[in-house]
Design a protein around this ligand. Structure first.
Ligand SMILES: [Zn+2]
Length: 285
């Protein structure tokens, strides 16, 4: 069911893009200080100046672990958010997992790049207005300790991006794995701190058979954000995003990594090719 550009192999590790859905946000907010005359050449806005973004999640299957990177906006989206962002979710993350023959209990590890509502909405579910419960009953949820603290007690500017009530059930015994900095979480899989979008935002590096895959999360949300000045207005620490993105993408280009984006609809992943002072995005064939 997944076309070939949704799936790739990194040595003996399989990576599958799972599209939780799409939504629309103001193009100006997505590209920060870059003028519309420039960004509109890369992402065509609708009549309300909005561009369509993906809610990308990635399934990582190692020989002995099934890992999910980010969980999208989730099935229980508040109507206010649906109206504001025009979320479209069909079949959504859980439907896609089901299509792959994977029950929620098949997931061993969930990693959240950060805990903004569009990246962890599928972490928990509720039925008929009951209490929120972990959506993946066997999984260990891997989050940076600083991000967890930020999500439960957000700074005022960042409050609309976090929904603490939906996260709190993960604080129960044996569910959360709070990490600090760069930490291996399974053979060949490591979380890597990439601050800027939030203070403790993390990426995920997968290495096997001499190949490297790197999930950039919101550090580089789409292929259009590879150019250094293209930074979202949502970023709390844009100077950190700039510096971290510069170092990370230079290394990715040099070492031929496959990079993956959190919000790119048509290009979930690809490689980078130096072109003068810039890096060009090269979609996977
Ligand atoms: Zn995001």
């Amino acid at each position: 069911m997944n076309p070939s550009n949704e799936r790739l192999e990194i040595g003996d590790i399989e990576v599958v893009r799972l599209l939780d859905g799409t939504f629309r946000v103001d193009g100006g907010a997505m590209f920060g200080v870059v003028p519309r005359t420039l960004w509109a050449q890369r992402a065509v806005p609708d009549a309300e100046n909005r561009i369509t973004l993906a809610l990308n999640c990635f399934l990582i299957r190692t020989p002995d672990r099934t890992i999910l990177l980010d969980t999208g906006v989730g099935p229980n989206v508040d109507r206010r958010y649906v109206n504001f962002y025009s979320f479209e979710r069909d079949p959504g993350l859980f439907g896609l997992l089901n299509g792959l023959g994977l029950e929620p209990s098949a997931i061993d590890i969930v990693v959240n790049s950060h805990l903004h509502f569009d990246h962890c909405g599928g972490n928990t579910v509720r039925t008929n207005g009951g209490p929120w419960a972990p959506a993946f009953p066997r999984a260990r949820y891997v989050v940076q300790r600083g991000e967890w603290e930020q999500a439960l007690h957000p700074v005022e500017r960042d409050k609309p991006s976090y929904i603490p009530a939906r996260l709190k059930p993960l604080g129960g015994p044996g569910i959360l794995s709070l990490v600090e900095g760069d930490v291996p979480i399974a053979p060949g899989v490591e979380v890597v701190l990439v601050p800027g979008h939030t203070a403790f935002h993390q990426g995920v590096k997968v290495v096997s058979g001499g190949r490297t895959f790197f999930y950039l999360g919101d550090a580089v949300p789409t292929a259009a954000h590879i150019d250094l000045p293209y930074i979202m207005s949502y970023d709390l620490y844009p100077v950190d995003t700039f510096n971290n993105k510069k170092a990370l993408l230079a290394r990715a280009a040099e070492e031929g990594w496959v990079v993956a984006f959190s919000h790119d609809l048509s290009h979930p992943f690809g490689t980078l090719r130096p072109s003068g002072k810039r890096l060009d995005f090269v979609p996977l064939k």
